[in-house]
Ligand binder design. Structure first.
Ligand code: BGC
Length: 745
């Protein structure tokens, strides 16, 4: 009896556990199907519908008192802009009252941090430090996911060559190679080991595609570009995003060559979901489905929904056009139900991968939220990457770093004591957290100086306007000081979405203030705070210039670290700084033209301006250090390569100055003759190397077919036999070593 019982128990137990294992082994498609087959058409359409909650509308929105009811009826798939576990939990609770209890996704623009604010993306890109950028995205994900969010609308991987465009602050700058590396890094950082880990966020590659090429730098404007330009310059970071396993894509507001991106079948179905086999889902940009009516591409909302779903837009952010029209489109036989089914399955898949079906509240643990938001390591990381993002543009007579024994410092300017400004455009108002949770520049300096230093302050002027009343006081304290630090620039909301500007000079009377300070004869260090490359005039005469962008919550400490040499600046510009707006678009990897200008003194029927230099103020890849680096001993393992071979390039970098430091060594290639003309140089590799004063190290690069391929006239990616020039330098103009090689058949 005893024996029988035991056997039956063992048998029974094994059957049960086999069942569990079988259940666990259900493939993701089986899991999706287990829900999908129960869904009505209305519930399916609901999954494609995303609403704004109540925070920061970046476009027109409908105050929808019926939102709760719609969620309860399973008519909403996702919310954006819900902040904090408490609020998110309450929405999810309502979703759990729906017939099929399909959990909501919670999306948010976690662009440069959640509670801990990191430098704006363009600033971080200046660090060229992929590890640091991955860590900053990781921490943003750790904080946001602990606060209930499971999807960030980042990274923006749009290439741009136009600093008038306000969203230049949100990307990685002008270069496709650097931009692709950064896209990969940020996606890995946000998504972590894999979706479904509690500290992972779904990333979103946006805005597909070519949004950064808006004509005239005016946000939301049309884009007109050749296929070659699209494939060569604007698409690669998106392709890299797919390779990095990005969970979602967002399409874009702009039309491209006359077709709105949101209704663009070529982009979304043929390229993204076809050629690139992207398995995630595509969300529209805010209201962009409805906006196709304004574009003049469709007659009404009904046609807009038809165009978007046909083109491959899976989720409708805020336009309500899917909700209002898809059922009718099916009924009218304008679209096969298969289009909706595919979109729904893509979205359900992500909900399964995130573990939301197992536990819809798994990202909503208030204790975990508190622990993540108060992790003392996060500000330390933010401080380190902020310091790595500061670009030293000028350092006359080695004014910097300042001595910690400086007796009196005048710290002047409208941005010295500001708090929120340092956070940049896409900061998040985290519930329960003071939005001024930030180290101001004033506080940063105070933290740094010793008891022997006196720090004087005057505001001097406002960021905008022409009031010069504060100049006298500023000059007064400058005269009493050994050195002046002047902090000027933009307001944080002067660059960002819908913040395009035709005048990108330093606003107001800030440069006039600098002029009167320079007239005192005191050495002046200028800090420029901005979300974009600004154009400056008097600033050129300052003794030292640090481009500090918007550095986030640890801005003040990071700036002080650089000013006093606790961090030796290493950043290099990820975008060209124009001399004047008239040069825009200006970028380093241009074509040579048939009549290249050789210098600014000769305008004899060559490609130049008769009234303006052809050279930028600061070139792509430029940035100084407190130390100096010498490049030597270039050696190419061979001078001729076949298509599947590699050339090893070795060289030595030496730190020849007094300070330990880091150098970003850049490798550029020029294909001398191409069936499609090749740029005068293209970044194809880089490395960031740390060297103590006096130290030198060998480094190696490899040249393979990837680095010399391009899209030919038939848009095939291939390398053409011929001669190539190799340039290795400290910037795109400061080429220190050269070599040549040939691709042979
Ligand atoms: C922006 C997107 C953003 C979305 C949600 C839009 O206006 O273009 O980049 O993710 O709003 O805030």
């Amino acid at each position: 009896m005893m024996k029988f019982n035991l056997i039956s128990f063992v048998l029974c137990f094994s059957i049960v556990s086999l069942n569990i294992v079988a259940a666990q082994k259900k493939t993701i498609n089986e899991k999706i199907d287990s829900v999908f087959r129960l869904m009505t058409l209305e519930e399916k359409i609901g999954q494609l519908n995303q609403y704004n909650d109540d925070w920061r509308a970046t476009g027109p929105t409908t105050v929808d008192n019926d939102k709760v009811n719609q969620i309860r009826k399973g008519q909403v798939g996702s919310l954006l802009n819900s902040l904090g576990t408490e609020r998110i939990k309450s929405w999810q609770n309502i979703a759990m009252e729906s017939r099929l209890k399909i959990p909501l996704l919670f999306g948010q623009d976690v662009v440069h941090g959640y509670k801990t604010t990191f430098p704006i993306p363009l600033a971080e890109a200046a660090s060229w430090d992929l590890e640091a950028m991955e860590l900053s995205a990781r921490i943003a994900a750790i904080e946001a996911s602990a606060a209930g969010i499971n999807w960030t609308f980042a990274p923006m991987v749009d290439i741009t060559r136009d600093p008038r465009w306000g969203r230049v602050m949100e990307g990685a700058g002008e270069d496709t190679y650097l931009g692709s590396k950064i896209a990969y890094t940020r996606i890995k950082g946000f998504q972590g080991k894999k979706l479904g880990e509690l500290n992972s966020l779904m990333a979103c590659a946006k805005h597909f595609a070519a949004y950064g090429a808006a004509i005239g730098g005016r946000d939301y404007n049309s884009v007109d570009m050749s296929d070659r330009m699209l494939w060569e310059t604007y698409l690669p970071p998106f392709k890299t995003a797919v390779d990095a396993g990005v969970a979602t894509f967002m399409n874009a507001f702009n039309d491209i060559n006359g077709v709105p991106a949101t209704g663009n079948k070529y982009l979304q179905r043929d390229i993204l979901k076809g050629k690139w086999a992207f398995k995630g889902f595509v969300v529209s940009d805010w209201g962009s489905i409805g906006e196709m009516v304004n574009h003049g591409n469709v007659k009404n909302d009904y046609e807009a929904a038809l165009s978007a779903i046909t083109a491959g837009s899976d989720m409708d952010m805020e336009s309500r056009n899917y909700k209002n029209n898809l059922a009718k489109l099916v009924k009218d036989k304008k679209i096969p139900i298969a289009l909706i089914d595919d979109a729904v399955k893509r979205i359900l898949k992500k909900k399964f991968e995130l573990g939301l079906f197992d536990d819809p509240f798994r990202y909503c643990n208030a204790e975990r939220e508190q622990a993540a938001l108060n992790n003392p390591d996060h500000p330390k990381v933010a401080r380190a990457i902020a310091a790595k993002s500061i670009v030293l543009l000028k350092n006359q007579d080695q004014l910097l770093p300042l001595s910690k024994n400086t007796k009196t410092i005048a710290f002047i300017g409208p941005l010295v004591k500001s708090l929120r400004q340092n956070k940049g455009f896409w900061d998040v108002d985290v519930p329960g957290v003071d939005s001024n949770f930030i180290v101001s520049q004033w506080e940063g300096l105070q933290n740094k100086i010793s008891g022997n230093t006196t720090l004087l302050y005057a505001k001097g002027c406002d960021i905008e306007g022409n009031n010069t009343e504060g100049f006298t006081e500023a000059v007064e304290i400058a005269k009493q000081s050994d050195v002046v630090i002047l902090s000027i620039g933009e307001r944080r909301d002067m660059s960002g979405e819908a913040k395009s500007r035709s005048n990108i000079n330093i606003p107001g009377v800030q440069e006039d203030l600098l002029k009167v300070l320079l007239a005192t004869g005191k050495p002046v260090v200028v800090l420029i705070n901005a979300g974009r490359p600004l154009v400056f005039t008097t600033v050129n005469d300052a003794h030292a210039i640090l481009y500090t962008w918007w550095l986030g919550s640890e801005a003040g400490n990071a700036i002080a670290d650089v000013l006093f040499g606790d961090y030796n600046p290493s950043a290099k510009l990820p975008i060209t700084f124009p001399l004047s707006v008239g040069q825009i678009p200006i970028y380093y990897n241009h074509f040579n033209t048939g009549r290249p200008a050789k210098n600014d003194n000769n305008h004899n029927y060559n490609s130049s301006y008769t009234d303006l230099s052809i050279y930028p103020k600061y070139e792509f890849g430029f940035g100084l250090s407190y130390t100096t680096f010498e490049y030597s001993d270039i050696h190419l393992s061979k001078k001729k390569m076949k298509i599947n071979e590699k050339i090893e390039v070795s060289l030595t970098i030496a730190n020849t100055g007094k300070y330990n430091g880091e150098e970003i060594v850049q490798l550029y290639i020029r294909d001398k003759v191409g069936s499609i003309i090749r740029p005068v140089k293209e970044l194809k590799d880089f490395t960031k190397i740390k060297l103590n004063a006096g130290e030198s190290k060998p480094i190696k690069f490899y040249i393979d077919k990837e680095k010399i391929s391009f899209y030919n006239q038939k848009l095939q990616w291939q390398a053409e036999p011929g001669e190539f020039e190799l340039m290795i330098g400290a910037s795109s103009s400061d080429i220190r070593l050269r070599g040549e090689f040939e691709l042979i058949r």
